[in-house]
Design a protein around this ligand. Structure first.
Ligand code: PGA
Length: 240
């Protein structure tokens, strides 16, 4: 099971102290062999965080990258090679907050290709908006996002899919269990042999409901991951 913390645009150097609790907990947690924890802090914290997590089995990832994998005149941008250089092993690509800011499937495809080339593992986000859900075109949208996002990528071994319905991100809402099971199943049939995670308002309360859905390979956790207590709680409750 994957537990991926997406800190979004939150956190300064002082927030690094909070991960100690998670490191400590994880060392002695009985099920830790079956778990992969990945912290995706803002880019400013990748280096100090990966130093802090040295000699633990917790990894660090980035939240996005530029589509070009070589240096270039792109003010304000960071590419996958540079992220790898400072300790990132993973990168989130295609998050709906970036899709809403204008990222297209085509651009996402380029980012994924080059991030993989740089040796990063990719957490590829897909998901429908509320409007698309109401129109009952969720499958069509997911199919398109998968097809175009992974276009001409032969080796998908290092791609993890995160299904995040846009309407459930930061809203406290999660899909109905039977619907979520079916959607995850649909994704797994489209892209075989890849892990498929769920993301969107995962918290210590709804984890009881989510953990019963037995085709989910883990969670991408936003808000709740910034609080070590909540993050630990989610992991613990997944197993008992
Ligand atoms: P949330 O965010 O858990 O705060 O809903 C999830 C995400 O955006 O990855």
């Amino acid at each position: 099971m994957y537990f991926i913390a997406n800190w979004k645009m939150f956190g300064g150097l002082n927030s690094l102290n909070s991960i100690h609790k998670v490191v400590k907990f994880f060392k002695t947690f009985k099920k830790n062999k079956f778990i992969k924890i990945i912290y995706c802090p803002p880019s400013t914290l990748i280096r100090p965080m990966s130093k802090k997590l040295k000699n633990t089995n917790i990894d660090v990832g980035a939240q996005n990258c530029h589509e070009q994998d070589t240096y270039g005149a792109f003010t304000g941008s960071i590419n996958s090679m540079m992220l790898k250089n400072v300790g990132a092993k993973y990168v989130i690509i295609g998050h709906s907050e970036n899709r809403q800011a204008g990222e297209t499937n085509k651009l996402i495809n380029l980012k994924i290709k080059n991030a993989l080339k740089s040796g990063l593992k990719v957490i590829f986000c897909i998901g429908e908006t509320l409007q698309e859900k109401r129109k009952k075109i969720t499958k069509k949208i997911l199919n398109k996002q998968i097809k175009l996002g992974l276009n001409k990528i032969k080796n998908k071994k290092n791609v993890i899919i995160a299904y995040e319905p846009v309407w459930s991100i930061g809203t406290g809402l999660i899909p109905k269990s039977n619907e979520l099971f079916k959607t995850i199943d649909f994704i797994k049939k489209k892209i075989k042999n890849n892990k498929v995670l769920y993301g969107g308002s995962v918290n210590p309360k709804n984890i009881y409901e989510l953990k019963l859905i037995n085709n989910i390979d883990g969670y991408l956790i936003g808000g709740a991951s910034q609080d070590p207590k909540k993050f630990i709680d989610i992991i613990k409750k997944t197993y008992n």
